[in-house]
Design a binder for this molecule. Structure first.
Ligand SMILES: O=C(O)c1cccc(C(=O)CC[C@H]2O[C@@H](n3cnc4c(=O)[nH]cnc43)[C@H](O)[C@@H]2O)c1
Length: 216
């Protein structure tokens, strides 16, 4: 990313946007939008914002589910890859991705150097952070069976959310680097919405946004 370039941050909901803005402390180089939940809203919102401004980097940011043993609740995940885990087809031998079936790409890689630099800076600030694939799903995982299936299909997966791949595809279309940053509010597994630690995750997102100012 060119030094001093503007950065677009795309969240799903207003609470995530406000948590990020709090950490950015009024920096004018970072623009934050809440584009809505899901890949379609994320991609459309990102494309519209990119068409209206000049940016060196786009970040999909928000809360997310963490795979047990990879990303605990309250920790942060910096995506090495934004992967649409839902795009494909059921076949007699199980799910096959659009890439495996030859009708599309399901993955966008994040720039490795920036991923490592951001993860190192977050860790240096005392935050718990991991890197790995962040899956983009259309249906939040709600059973142990689906969690196990996803983990087996994507051994590098650290987290899941609903927007990253859409944001990344919109950025990629314009040749702009994309990142995804998730603060973990819940484990990927049996649904227990009442147990989601949303405040802890939003606080972690605010702390991480302050570090973005140093790294990007
Ligand atoms: O209710 C609230 O106060 C509140 C505050 C901030 C965010 C929310 C959301 O519900 C955000 C929805 C957003 O979260 C992502 N997400 C979080 N956990 C998961 C998950 O386990 N699987 C998939 N997605 C998850 C997702 O990106 C949603 O768009 C509520």
């Amino acid at each position: 990313m060119p030094p001093g370039a503007n950065v677009l941050i795309v969240t799903a909901v207003a609470a995530e946007r406000d948590a990020v803005l709090l950490g950015l402390q009024g920096s004018r180089r970072f623009h934050v939008i809440a584009a809505g939940a899901g890949t379609a809203a994320a991609a459309a919102g990102t494309a519209a914002a990119l068409a209206a401004g000049s940016y060196g980097c786009v970040i999909s940011a928000g809360i997310g589910g963490g795979f047990p043993g990879r990303a605990p609740v309250g920790s942060l995940v910096v995506a090495s890859e934004m992967l649409d885990a839902a795009l494909g087809a059921e076949t007699p031998v199980g799910f096959r991705s659009a890439a495996e079936l030859g009708f599309g790409s399901v993955s966008v890689l994040a720039p490795g150097g920036t991923v490592q630099a951001l993860a190192a800076a977050l860790a240096a600030a005392g935050l718990t952070v991991s890197t790995g694939t962040v899956l983009t799903v259309s249906t939040a995982t709600g059973t142990a069976g689906t969690a196990a299936e996803l983990a087996a299909r994507h051994p590098q997966a650290a987290a899941e959310a609903m927007e990253g791949h859409g944001v990344a595809v919109a950025a990629q279309a314009l040749g702009i680097a994309a990142l995804e940053l998730r603060a973990i509010s819940n484990p990927v597994g049996p649904r227990d919405r009442a147990a989601w630690k949303i405040k802890e995750a939003l606080d972690a997102l605010t702390a991480a946004a302050a570090i973005l100012l140093e790294v990007l």
